[in-house]
Design a protein around this ligand. Structure first.
Ligand code: ADP
Ligand code: ADP
Length: 218
């Protein structure tokens, strides 16, 4: 089974806004799918449906039940908590013991290269480092489905490229199913095995293009 499957999905918000219409798309483990398209075409909505934060108005959204990781645009860290405590949080909320959460967090912090920063608070870190904390937090549940909602849009170009490489290497070392929203076409090409183009209001899939993963940037 695919890690995530949308079948004939439409989404109308409570205020009547039609965000998506008749979207069918499935993503298997080992596929990293970029979602591109103009602002307002429903990319974030698709991720929220995948995560179960919203319910589709029509059609079905199915996952294989494996853990998922969600990386938000603005990192959304708890400012009064240390890096370690931020990263431990999903484990604790997900019912892991304190010890197990600590182990998972330490491992995730190592994987994103933030050893030595465990006791820092988010405000003491650069934007790029805060995004690494956010990625580490998503890694603690060892997700097989990874949802990225335009994570690097607010970062400078150098930091963004470095994080592109880092997320790409996480994918290569332990392939997950990825859905990655971005406004950057070069980033979408570099960061995916498929580029899915959404367009219109409500949004629908207008193109689905396979690309070689890690293609050199222009
Ligand atoms: P994108 O991520 O492609 O910019 P979104 O999924 O954020 O698109 O939004 C798709 C459409 O749904 C837009 O018209 C947006 O204004 C609307 N929308 C998004 N979230 C909500 C919400 N919670 N309530 C009502 N309308 C929403
Ligand atoms: P990034 O590109 O990840 O945003 P920067 O370019 O801002 O990171 O910083 C480069 C390096 O400087 C970091 O990898 C880190 O080792 C160090 N650094 C950045 N911010 C801090 C900080 N607040 N305290 C200590 N070291 C820092």
């Amino acid at each position: 089974a695919p890690a995530i499957g949308f079948d004939g999905v439409s989404m109308v918000y409570a205020n009547g806004t039609e965000a998506l219409t008749d979207v069918s798309l499935s993503v298997r483990r080992g596929e990293f799918v970029s979602l591109v398209g103009p602002s307002g075409c429903g990319k974030s909505t698709l991720l929220r449906l995948a995560a179960g934060f919203e319910q589709a108005s029509a059609g079905s959204v199915r996952t294989d039940g494996a853990a998922l990781g969600y990386v938000f645009q603005d990192a959304t860290l708890l400012p009064w908590r240390s890096v370690r405590r931020n990263v431990e949080l999903p484990g604790r909320l997900g019912g892991l013991s304190a010890e197990r959460s600590r182990e998972r967090a330490a491992d995730a912090i190592r994987r994103v290269g933030l050893e030595g920063f465990e006791d820092h608070r988010p405000a003491q870190l650069s934007g790029g480092m805060r995004m690494r904390v956010s990625i580490a937090r998503a890694l603690t549940l060892q997700p097989k489905l990874f949802l990225f909602d335009e994570p690097f849009g607010a970062l400078d170009e150098m930091t963004r490229e470095r994080l592109n490489e880092e997320v790409a290497s996480l994918f290569v070392s332990d392939p997950f199913a990825g859905l990655f929203v971005t406004h950057s076409v070069p980033e979408s090409v570099f960061m995916s095995t498929r580029v899915v183009v959404l367009s219109g209001r409500p949004g629908r899939v207008v193109d689905d293009i396979g690309v070689p993963f890690g293609y050199p940037r222009p």
